[in-house]
Design a protein around this ligand. Structure first.
Ligand SMILES: NC(=O)C1=CN([C@@H]2O[C@H](COP(=O)(O)OP(=O)(O)OC[C@H]3O[C@@H](n4cnc5c(N)ncnc54)[C@H](OP(=O)(O)O)[C@@H]3O)[C@@H](O)[C@H]2O)C=CC1
Ligand SMILES: Nc1nc2c(ncn2[C@@H]2O[C@H](COP(=O)(O)O)[C@@H](O)[C@H]2O)c(=O)[nH]1
Ligand SMILES: [K+]
Length: 346
């Protein structure tokens, strides 16, 4: 047994210290980032915010709404092959949608079927498992890279620098970072495993950038300020589940209660998800996700504006004309209280 006594931080533990700035308006901040990748020759340009590959956020209609603003979606893995073929064939800005898959043989079979029907339609994939520390996962990423040398591969999840390096060396372009921070995640409760998300982001970004790789901070952002902090911490991409949930584009059924409209939102490892896609929770495992009912939030357009407005404003507070400059202009101050909640949680 070993104890790491260094304090590790979450978004709530810090604020970004303002700095002198020559920017006179939030409208002059450029959030579009160009990226080149470690392995793939594909070039990316967009606002590096991605809706999570959960079945109520990684939807085709979410992709359409976010794509208009150059944001991306990691599609969930439960559509039929023919639907992906149709979607990706029509997709004009390839960087706005990731095809997601796990490491099971059914996932690979479906992906091959889609690739065969639409050979050049997919440029970005997200290889996603709960636990990115297994040998099986690393060898899957490595053989996927051999089969698809020019695919942009995002792979995860991990939370430490050593495993970030290993995945990049195995063939990932972007390592997805986050174990247990999610809004409908119960991994920490069920297993006691996890890592505070701000520190995970800082440490994995540092490891990745040293090798010329990128990271995506996945999970735990509950408001636009957290997204600014994730970028400030060194994230190249930020993935959001809960913040994009509950909108018209989320799909799923709408429930009415006392005259109010609600949408269900659940973890992909929750009982709800396993009942829906795997015929229940397997005998040897427990659910590691929960189900919540969210008040219907209408079109996602308003949420997008809040997010982009918040991040642009953060950039002006530290004098970052482009999102790219945010990290090097960020000094975090540790705080004991981040928000004034005298009139309730906001
Ligand atoms: N970021 C996070 O903290 C987490 C994210 N999730 C999300 O939910 C999705 C579904 O997750 P889930 O159904 O739990 O698993 P995955 O779809 O991630 O499972 C992938 C493979 O990993 C194996 N595995 C070994 N150890 C573990 C472990 N500790 N947790 C999960 N799988 C393990 C599984 O085998 P076997 O089932 O036989 O053990 C399975 O073959 C994930 O793809 C991810 O998107 C889920 C949990 C945590
Ligand atoms: N431990 C679990 N994590 C999950 C599950 N379903 C999704 N996720 C992860 O959460 C993020 C989104 O986080 P949020 O805070 O923005 O909502 C998602 O990308 C996954 O990595 C789950 O069932 N269990
Ligand atoms: K995930």
């Amino acid at each position: 047994m070993h104890i790491d006594n260094e304090i590790k931080l979450d978004f709530k533990d810090v604020l970004i210290r303002p700095k002198r700035s020559t920017l006179s308006s939030r409208s002059s901040v450029d959030l579009v980032r160009p990226f080149k990748f470690l392995h793939s020759k594909t070039e990316y340009a967009g606002i590096p915010i991605i809706a999570a590959n959960m079945d109520t956020t990684g939807t085709f209609s979410m992709a359409e709404a976010l794509g208009k603003h150059q944001l991306s979606v990691a599609l969930h893995k439960h559509y039929d092959a023919k639907d992906y073929v149709e979607f990706f064939s029509k997709l004009t800005n390839k960087s706005t949608a990731f095809y997601s898959l796990g490491i099971g043989s059914a996932d690979m079979k479906k992906f091959e079927e889609v690739m065969k029907a639409a050979p050049d339609a997919i440029k970005y994939v997200c290889i996603d498992v709960a636990n990115g520390y297994t040998e099986t996962f690393v060898s899957f990423v490595s053989s996927f890279r051999k089969s698809f040398p020019n695919m942009v591969i995002m792979a995860g999840n991990v939370v430490t620098g050593d495993m970030t390096e290993e995945l990049l060396l195995a063939g990932a372009d972007i390592v997805k970072v986050g174990i247990g921070p999610g809004s409908v995640c119960t991994t920490r409760k069920m297993t006691g495993v996890g890592y505070p998300q701000l520190s995970a982001t800082i440490e994995c970004a540092d490891a990745a950038h040293g090798l010329g790789g990128l990271i995506c901070a996945d999970g735990g952002c509950t408001r636009p300020g957290d997204i600014a902090k994730a970028f400030g911490a060194g994230a190249d991409f930020v993935m959001l589940g809960g913040m994009f949930a509950g909108h018209d584009e989320s799909g799923g059924e709408v429930l009415e209660k006392d005259g109010k409209k609600y949408r269900a939102f659940y973890g992909m490892s929750s009982k709800s998800a396993m009942d829906k896609y795997a015929g229940g929770v397997a005998h040897y495992r427990a659910a590691e996700g929960k189900t919540v009912l969210l008040e219907d939030r209408g079109p996602v357009e308003g949420t997008i504006q809040d997010i982009l407005g918040g991040v642009r404003s953060a950039c002006t507070y530290v004098g970052a004309r482009r999102l790219k400059e945010l990290t090097k202009r960020t000094t975090f101050v540790r705080v004991t209280q981040q928000l004034n909640e005298v009139f309730g949680k906001s």
